[in-house]
Write a protein that binds this ligand. Structure first.
Ligand code: CMC
Length: 432
């Protein structure tokens, strides 16, 4: 970490504690409280980490007020319009846009790792047919550490690199096979002449009994969805990956932990939940009822796909996603999609409503993605696995950054204990 730019002084219990303040290249400064407990015997209290920077990182930057998202400094809108997913992976992992030769090398390396160890299919077959593909992914990705022993030594930079490439390459195969298994169709092997997104669509939708030609329009839309989800600084699943990795756990175990966290409806599971909500609303005339429920403190219902911990203006990913939804439906020849109509009207009404204005609640990336994915032919249960496929590179880039950081320590938060104080054990016959 660099030199302090200023200090902050805390007066506590008659002591004056001077804390260094550091500045990043952009964004809020941080007060370094690492020595606070040693000097003042007091912890900071921040459940949900709303005011805590857990690490320094040079990968992704979000300005929540401006609605800005940068990957290694490049705005997401420019990347979504001009780049492609594997180039974004390269950028996130290595820090710079690759040269043509670096791109060829990277694409080759990813492409040569797309197959799974043949024995891994027995893991898929061990699950119930109705298993959610996210459940299958958590299990299978965790199991990779049992198959790829030559890439589990986190102290060896080469093994870390191989693990990274393996996961980026194999995640589409794992997600597609989880889907194929759930619908009782044979697994489709990767086709290395296809690009990353096309290969994924092929593994999801091809069957052995007839040819399947991937639509370039859908492949482009899928590639864009992947770029938009590729990283998002220290979100819940990324922090989970970092925390798991801080103990020295192997990379496959860490990414499996990230997948498990992503599944929650407040995080990546929101894309499935959003589409289910839009289906439940079904018609525009029912929107006011759902807006009312979302505002009712006694009703746990929330507008799924709305709100974000960091974005308090708009989510730039949602803007691109909304344009994509229009484009994809248009290109698929869908003249009228009732869910898109409900979504747009819901957005319009919510954004004019005092409650949503005051709380700065805007559509997030998950609001429109489900509409596109459904139009492509994916069932709702596949929405979050597609998020996981896309976010894998972000998790790995952040994990690699953490492991390479010489100041890295095991993540070990403390607590404000509010339970019983010391008391003596009472034998069962003496309990009242
Ligand atoms: N509908 C209605 N009210 C909401 C919503 C919503 N979607 N989101 C937040 N609020 C209200 C909330 O009730 C609270 O009100 P009050 O201050 O009166 O108690 C206030 O806004 C702040 O909410 P919070 O839960 O303290 O905010 P947070 O930063 O902890 O949560 C969030 C952020 C994304 C979990 C939350 O907005 C939410 O649950 N949204 C719906 C789920 C969703 O779409 N998640 C995807 C997030 S983007 C993709 C990703 O991260 O994977």
């Amino acid at each position: 970490m660099q030199k302090p730019v200023k200090t902050a002084t805390l007066h506590y219990d008659g002591k004056e504690i001077v804390l260094p303040v550091y500045a990043g290249t952009v964004g809020p400064n941080v007060v370094d409280i690492r020595k606070l407990f040693a000097e003042a015997e007091v912890f900071t209290f921040d459940p949900g980490f709303t005011s805590t920077a857990a690490c320094d990182s040079s990968i992704t930057y979000i300005d929540g007020d401006k609605g800005e998202l940068l990957y290694r400094g490049y705005p997401i809108e420019q990347l979504a319009a001009q780049s492609n997913f594997l180039e974004v992976c390269n950028l996130l992992l290595y820090g710079e846009l690759p040269t043509a030769a670096q791109t060829t090398d990277f694409v080759n390396r990813v492409t040569r790792h797309t197959m799974l160890h043949e024995q891994m299919q027995y893991f898929f077959r061990g699950f119930r047919r109705d298993a959610h593909p996210m459940a299958t992914m958590v299990g299978v990705v965790g199991a990779m550490s049992a198959f790829y022993h030559d890439s589990t030594d986190i102290n060896d930079p080469w093994q870390r690199e191989v693990a990274a490439i393996r996961m980026i390459a194999k995640m589409p195969t794992i997600a597609a096979w989880a889907y194929k298994y759930s619908i009782g169709q044979p697994f489709v092997y990767p086709q290395n002449h296809l690009d990353y997104a096309s290969n994924f669509l092929h593994m999801c939708f091809a069957v052995p009994c007839e040819p399947y030609v991937v639509s370039p329009v859908l492949a482009k839309a899928m590639d864009r969805i992947m770029m938009l989800h590729a990283d998002h600084e220290q979100n819940a699943s990324t922090s989970t990956v970092r925390l798991a990795g801080s103990s020295g756990a192997n990379p496959f175990a860490c990414i499996a932990a990230g997948i498990a966290c992503l599944w929650g409806p407040a995080h990546g599971g929101a894309n499935q939940a959003t589409l289910e909500m839009l289906r439940e609303i079904a018609t525009v005339d029912r929107i006011p009822e759902f807006i009312r429920r979302a505002k009712d403190k006694n009703d746990p219902f929330r507008l799924m796909g709305f709100g974000h911990r960091v974005y308090k203006n708009f989510d730039p990913r949602a803007k691109v996603m909304k344009e994509s939804a229009d484009e994809v439906l248009d290109l698929l020849g869908v003249k009228h999609n009732p869910l898109l109509q409900v979504a747009k009207e819901l957005e319009r009404i919510a954004l004019e409503d005092e409650y949503f204005i005051e709380k700065k609640l805007y559509p997030n990336v998950d609001f429109y993605s489900g509409i596109i994915l459904e139009a492509m032919g994916f069932p709702t249960a596949m929405f979050t696995p597609i998020f996981a496929v896309s976010r894998t590179v972000g998790w790995i880039a952040q994990w690699k950054e953490m492991i390479a950081d010489p100041t890295q320590k095991i993540g070990r938060p403390r607590q404000l204990y509010v339970g019983p104080t010391r008391r003596d054990y009472v034998p069962v016959e003496a309990r009242g």
